[in-house]
Design a protein around this ligand. Structure first.
Ligand code: ATP
Ligand code: MG
Length: 566
């Protein structure tokens, strides 16, 4: 994979859809590009939708065309305004704009009804009175032809009158359906007289109680594309064998023909992407809502600290394929590391503190030291951090019995405190009964101050620290992958909820942070030196007591590929 950069955006790669468009523009088949993103408002958008958004809005942008936002709201039982609102927020946040073109399939219910009448009058649609089980049974199997319903030969007049009564609420749910009259022996099951309308005595989030018949997806979708004069109707591969039906409706209605093109959906390992399953994680309280930072939803990624740019770059990198594949989630993590490496301010935070007393540093003394905000971007400047007799270091940075090549602190050994001095560990103070290490007594070497020119001493390692006198305490949340297996959707005999990673969230209290973090704002992003990238949680942070979410570790700890990232 080539990872090229232009102005921080990953360079656009060509793909088979762009080739089709280029060809059509050259031949004059189309003189512009008009796409749409058609979410069903029955859940929050996830990273797979982000790929579709970037594709549809991205193509429109690159070809100076248009992309509509269309809510595919044909099912009144599962759709809610909350989802509509979240979808709009997420698409905007990703950096795309549908201007005034916010449409709803339900806006077309009148037009679709009129189209249905047109097919009835042509003898191409009929009211069937078989029940759902019978319809299924008559449908046949992939290897066995279907059987025609005894109601298939109803007259145009009878169909017209029954359909009108269906619409007027004369019948109960399930009593009748409207079906297209195509071919019960077709090898493609989608063409075996698909259902166009069913009766549902349910109120709809936009049309209220106006309708009690609702169109099926296949009937609503292509006609909505046609009404909006969509040139390319891009959808995922599972719709490939719906395409003949898509084209059949358009041809029989003699209306504007959009072109359906299928591409491979995004699959990520360690991740589930079905909205139904994500909803069950929310409803079962396995996670803290749709925007839990471990969720693959756009709102979850946002709360976790992902940037729109990192998600757009990720989408570009995974590319557009014609065949199903699974992308390693570490590629998504790489994209956010790469972005934050450029823009996040480096700070010092000790998440698992151990006190160090510098015995030869005087009690009264205190110093302000210069710390660089981002070595990748000198325009970000520097800040002052305070140093004092007592500091906290990371418990992990001390080992009583160091393993080979341990270049941090251990008894009798020396290490550099970042931006400060080299210290030597003289004594380990323990709790007498439990043996727990309480603090370390060290001495410092006054002539080793960072930035003060050469000194006779060199330390093999440098560790981060925070002044014990001048710091503040905060809660830090360490997130890891939500699932502990690569493919949580296809584990035989196990429900996906049994495959959750028990260590996907660790809450650490009383972490010691440098004081510059005290006033950080929800959503603000940092690199905690040597630990990872963090952002201020937007849900639990209160003024003056921010909660920090770990966005991603500095390096990939799950696979062997180290993709860098400082
Ligand atoms: P899910 O299976 O997660 O419930 P869906 O396909 O039912 O998703 P829709 O709201 O119908 O969700 O999807 C809106 C658009 O997003 C569709 O055009 C769909 O093809 C696309 N989309 C959904 N999931 C993915 C994915 N994993 N990768 C790429 N595009 C996707
Ligand atoms: Mg769908």
């Amino acid at each position: 994979m080539s990872i090229e950069q232009t102005n921080n955006e990953t360079k656009k790669q060509s793909n088979f859809i762009r080739e089709i468009i280029d060809e059509d523009l050259k031949s004059g088949k189309h003189n512009g590009v008009h796409t749409r993103f058609p979410p069903e408002p029955n859940g929050y958008l996830h990273i797979g939708h982000a790929k579709s958004i970037c594709l549809n809005f991205g193509l429109a942008k690159d070809y100076d065309g248009l992309c509509n936002l269309r809510f595919d709201d044909t099912n009144p039982t599962k759709e809610e305004q909350e989802y509509v609102d979240s979808i709009k927020e997420d698409v905007k946040w990703l950096g795309f704009d549908w201007a005034e073109r916010e449409y709803y399939a339900s806006d077309y219910f009148d037009q679709l009804y009129e189209y249905a009448i047109r097919l009835i009058k042509k003898g191409k649609a009929y009211v069937d009175s078989l029940n759902a089980d019978q319809i299924r049974e008559f449908r046949g199997t992939p290897t066995e032809a279907g059987k025609e319903s005894p109601f298939r030969s109803r007259s145009v007049e009878e169909n017209f009158s029954l359909f009108e009564q269906m619409k007027n609420g004369t019948f109960k749910e399930g009593e009748h359906v409207l079906r297209a009259k195509i071919d019960m022996t077709s090898p493609n099951l989608n063409l075996r007289d698909p259902v166009m309308y069913r009766i549902l005595h349910k109120s709809h989030h936009r049309t209220g109680n106006k309708w009690c018949i609702y169109p099926m997806y296949d009937w609503a979708h292509g006609q909505s594309d046609s009404i909006e004069k969509i040139t390319y109707s891009l959808c995922t591969l599972e719709f490939e064998n719906h395409r003949p039906l898509y084209d059949w409706f358009i041809k029989e209605l003699e209306i504007y023909p959009p072109q359906q093109i299928e591409f491979a959906r995004l699959n990520l390992n360690y991740t589930i992407m079905s909205k139904r399953k994500l909803l069950s994680l929310v409803e079962g309280n396995y996670v803290d809502g749709w925007d839990d930072p471990r969720m693959p939803t756009i709102s979850g990624l946002r709360r976790r600290g992902y940037t729109p740019e990192s998600i757009r770059n990720f989408s570009e990198r995974v590319g557009i394929a014609k065949r199903e594949n699974t992308i390693d989630v570490s590629l998504l993590e790489f994209s956010i590391r790469e972005d934050l490496n450029k823009q996040a301010k480096r700070v010092m935070a000790v998440i698992n503190p151990l006190k160090v007393v510098i015995t030869n540093y005087s009690d009264e003394q205190a110093e302000e030291l210069e710390a660089i905000n981002n070595p990748e971007d000198h325009s970000m400047g520097s800040r002052k951090i305070s140093f004092s007799k007592e500091v906290f270091i990371e418990r992990d940075d001390f080992r009583e019995i160091p393993p080979p090549k341990f270049h941090r602190l251990s008894p009798g050994k020396e290490v550099r405190l970042r931006y400060a001095y080299i210290i030597k560990c003289d004594e380990v103070i323990k709790d007498e009964s439990s043996g727990e290490i309480l603090e370390l007594h060290c001495t410092y070497f006054a002539d080793t101050k960072s930035g003060s020119g050469p000194s006779s001493k060199k330390a093999k390692g440098t560790i981060h620290w925070v002044s014990a006198k001048d710091h503040f305490e905060a809660e830090v949340r360490l997130y890891d992958r939500l699932f502990s297996v690569e493919n949580p959707e296809s584990e035989a005999n196990k429900d996906f909820t049994e495959l959750l990673n028990p260590d996907s969230l660790k809450i650490l209290n009383n972490c010691k942070l440098e004081t510059s973090l005290r006033n950080s704002l929800p959503g603000e992003k940092f690199q905690f030196e040597r630990i990872g990238y963090f952002c201020v949680d937007t849900k639990y942070s209160e003024s003056l007591s921010p909660v920090f979410n770990r966005t991603v570790t500095l390096r990939d700890s799950w696979t062997k590929i180290d993709q860098g990232g400082n």
